[in-house]
Design a binder for this molecule. Structure first.
Ligand code: GLP
Length: 261
């Protein structure tokens, strides 16, 4: 794992978008693992700007989202399919047939999870998985006690997650209590993981995720086991990290990051 600390939220968002751009430019057929949440809105805004301004091409890429609520009608404004359409898909030249989210409206949820895993495998696996982090330390909707080897499945959302996301529903009581999510094991199979967290409210959980012991109580700690995981944080989200100087030193000295300083 490596940790990159950028001063501002915008700097952290911009670096994340640049890494996605560079992957798409070097590998137009890339398979992207996408995430939702407020943190990602800025990343998608930058990608849209790169498409409109510099012609960043999405026409050949394939995308798989981490998760989707269970039980919302397809296209519901609270669904992650709708989020992706509003924030990214409708603005770029992506082929919607190449965009995948678990179908939370399916009446065969187990079958849907098997189908989703098979679809990822058929595309050759995920090149880069974008991740946010919830207050419980979840990645996707892998709530506390999610097994490290878990696969795509239905999960009950924790009370903390309900509190975190209910405000995005009108009325908040419309928020589903369950979701389909890639498992921790599914996420760990991505060739690269990129976790973005910004803001002081993420500082505590980021310190646990990066520097704490690996535990299924905090699924983001599983990323410590991944051979190629980059965590990008702004200064407020980095505030509780013990080894900030070391992370900054690595970023300044690794040739890989030369063009990104
Ligand atoms: C939801 C998603 C997570 C995401 C989290 C962060 O819970 N299922 O994948 O990481 O939101 O949300 P925010 O960026 O709004 O803090």
């Amino acid at each position: 794992m490596e940790v990159i600390i950028r001063e501002t939220q915008q700097d952290a968002v911009d670096l994340t978008a640049l890494l996605l751009r560079d992957l798409l430019s070097s590998k137009p057929h890339a398979v992207l693992g996408l995430a939702t949440g407020r943190t990602m809105e800025g990343v998608y805004r930058r990608l849209v700007e790169m498409h409109l301004g510099a012609g960043l091409d999405f026409s050949l890429c394939r995308t798989f989202n981490l998760d989707e609520y269970i039980g919302l009608p397809r296209g519901d404004v609270g669904s992650y399919r709708h989020y992706m359409y509003v924030h990214l898909f409708q603005h770029v030249n992506i082929d919607l047939r190449n965009t995948h989210l678990p179908r939370g409206e399916s009446d065969d949820l187990e079958g849907e999870c098997v189908r989703y895993e098979a679809a990822i495998a058929e595309c050759g696996g995920i090149d880069l998985q974008l991740l946010g982090i919830g207050r419980t330390g979840h990645i996707g909707f892998n709530e506390p006690l999610s097994a490290m080897y878990s696969r795509t499945r239905a999960k009950a959302l924790s009370p903390e997650t309900l509190r975190q996301n209910a405000g995005l529903f009108d009325p908040p009581s419309r928020m589903p209590r369950r979701a389909l999510t890639m498992g921790v094991g599914t996420i760990l199979e991505a060739r690269r993981c990129l976790l973005l967290a910004t803001g002081e409210e993420k500082a505590g959980i980021i310190a646990q995720a990066v520097e704490g012991p690996v535990t299924s109580m905090i699924s983001a700690t599983a990323l410590q086991l991944h051979p190629r995981c980059t965590v990008i944080v702004d200064a407020p989200a980095a505030a509780h990290l013990q080894n900030q100087d070391y992370y900054r030193w690595v970023f300044e000295n690794e040739p890989e990051w030369d063009g990104y300083q």
